[in-house]
Structures are given as C-alpha cells and as structure tokens.
Ligand binder design. Structure first.
Ligand code: P6P
Length: 334
C-alpha cells in the first residue's frame, strides 16, 4: 500500500486501486459511495442534540430493539447511496429483516458486489453523546452476474471479504478500512468535507493492557471468561491491566487498535451465542483487526473461518492484541 501523509481518501484510492484484485474503478465507486454516506450521516449525528431527531422513533427493529431515529436515518442513507452508485447487487443491514436485491437502471443485476452493514452501531449511546459507528463488509457475489442476488451471496465466510471498514462518529469522524493490504485511517475535515489519511498502516500492538468487557454480566459468563478477568485483575506484579468499556463496539475496538487491548463479548446463559452479529459486526471488525496484525476469534476458532448459516446470527467475540486473545483462548480451552 502506497501512501503519502495527509493525502485525501480520493487520492489514496486512485493510488492504490490496482491492489483491489478485481477491477480498478469498482473499489473507487464502492468506497466513494460509503464516503458520501458517512459524511451525510456524520452531519446528522453531530447535530443530534440540536434537532428533534434523537430519541426512539417508536418503531422496533426485527430484533425487538428500540430503533433510534438516527438508526433509521443512517440505514436509509447508506442503502440509498449504495443503490444510486449501481455498484452492488444486494445489501443486508442489521435494520432490515431480509436482504435487499438491487437492480441497475437497466433493470439488470449486473453489479458484482454485496454489502452488509450495521448502519449505526452503539445507537443506544446517541442520547448521551457517546461515539457511535457504522460497520461495513463487502463481498464479491457468488451467484451469476445478471441474475438476482441470492442469500448465499451474503452467507460467505469472513475470509472471503474483499473489503471491510468502519466509520467512527467521535470527537472526530474517521473512516478506517482495509482491502486486504493493511488498514488505513482517514479523518474528516468537516470544514471542507474531505477525509485525509491521518493513520497510515494501522497496526495493533501485539500486547496491551486494556480489557473491554461488560462486567455487569459477570455471573453469566463462561468460567473461562471469569478466569481471564481475574487473571487481568490479579495482584501479582504491578497490576498492568485497566478496564475500559464504552459500550460502542467501534469505539472500543478502534481504541484497542491504537493502544493495544482486547474486546470480549462472550456467550452468556441468557445469550448462548453472545450478542454481536457475525456478518456485519464481527466479520468486518475481524478482517480489520487481523489486517492490523491482531486476532479475532469466538474464543476457540478464528471468526473469519466460521461458515455463516443465517443473516443475523450472533457469535461470541474475542478481538484485539494477539497475545491477549491467545491468553483468553487458553482460559476458554481449560
Ligand atoms: P452491552 C451496541 O448495542 C453493541 O452492539 C456494541 O456496539 C457494544 O459493544 C455492545 O452492543 C454493548 O452491549 O450488553 O454491553 O450493553
């Protein structure tokens, strides 16, 4: 990956599109559509406290979760923007029960890619002004071009992703993505609406001292997770670990990539497969973290090797610095 400090996202894509193993212009159009949607959603997220757009819109998504207005808005923006660029033949979203088949203006299904998105992850934090994020995952379709997209196009192992990324709407807005050649982070200059390469070749430290887990669920955790937490809290040495949990996956994982750390959302008695979704949360974050030299597993096996069976299936998630994930897996195995 070639990069020049502070080059724009557009310049970076053009400079590196030959790395996108399928076709030159297509990556550009895909990432550019996500870039536009990110700026549009960012504008609304940033003023959420100022207009009557926060608070639950009153509808319930298919998981029985209150949908914040920004959830609905972000979902509409990403779907509309992806449709309009006529680069994808199908879209799946956390906010939609089923996948969306996308036709070109010619009524054909000639596009080669499918996109899976969590349009606004951590949305329960919106009302308390905590960072939230968008997560996206991109695959090349398996079904024949020119035919309607099929469920199998979405149910691909994470190892097949051609690109993955997230947008974090935080103290600054960043777009972080990979096409399998390392991870690069771009920060938005809101004054001119341009993303600049601020974090080239992001690499997660192999060791860290931050563990991110909702210890409120401690009594429901598997024994291996309880033992790992106690290991992190052990008296020996000078207690090198610290607990940080924002309750927003994108924020917790982004911080851990920059500083080193592990994020765990394990299975519990109440949620035997955990809470996070494999296809549009764990797979994209796993591709990013692995490309940043970290690890992501379900406690036993790499997330990216799991064969999906359902669009919205959940999976336990252990993700972050290599040595910390390995140590947590040791406790899970014993
Ligand atoms: P809990 C947000 O709802 C989310 O999907 C992730 O962004 C976050 O890490 C997790 O759930 C928080 O879940 O059960 O700890 O509130």
């Amino acid at each position: 990956m070639k990069n020049n400090r502070y080059q724009t996202l557009g310049e970076f894509i053009i400079q590196n599109q030959e790395d996108f193993q399928y076709s030159t212009g297509e990556l550009s159009r895909l990432i550019n559509s996500i870039r536009l949607a990110a700026k549009t959603v960012n504008h609304e997220v940033n003023k959420a406290g100022l207009v009557d757009i926060i608070g639950a819109v009153g509808t319930i998504n298919q998981h029985g979760e209150n949908q914040q207005k920004l959830d609905v808005y972000a979902n509409e923006i990403f779907i509309r923007t992806l449709r309009n660029r006529q680069i994808v033949c199908g879209i799946a979203s956390e906010e939609n029960d089923d996948y969306i088949s996308v036709e070109g203006s010619d009524g054909q299904h000639n596009s080669k890619y499918v996109v899976l998105i969590d349009p606004l992850d951590g949305s329960s934090n919106i009302d308390v002004n905590v960072s939230v994020g968008t997560i996206f995952s991109i695959y090349r379709r398996l079904s024949p071009e020119g035919t309607p997209v099929q469920l199998k196009d979405f149910l691909q192992a994470g190892r097949n992703q051609v690109a993955a990324g997230y947008i974090i709407y935080g103290t600054s807005t960043m777009l972080v993505y990979t096409t399998g050649h390392g991870v690069n982070g771009f920060t938005l200059n809101p004054a001119i609406g341009t993303f600049y390469l601020s974090h080239p070749s992001m690499t997660i430290p192999s060791e860290g001292n931050i563990y991110s887990i909702n210890e409120g669920n401690y009594v429901h955790f598997p024994q291996g997770v309880k033992n790992y937490i106690k290991y992190c809290q052990r008296e020996e040495e000078d207690r090198p670990y610290t607990s940080r949990y924002i309750g927003s996956l994108v924020s917790d994982v982004h911080r851990n990539i920059l500083k080193g750390g592990i994020y765990i959302y394990p299975q519990t008695a109440k949620a035997p497969n955990g809470k996070l979704r494999l296809l549009y949360e764990c797979n994209p974050m796993a591709m990013i973290v692995e490309q940043a030299q970290g690890l992501a597993s379900d406690g036993y096996n790499p997330i990216l090797d799991l064969e999906p069976t359902e669009l919205h299936q959940r999976v336990p998630f252990f993700c972050g610095s290599e040595s910390m994930v390995r140590k947590a897996e040791e406790f899970m195995k014993n």
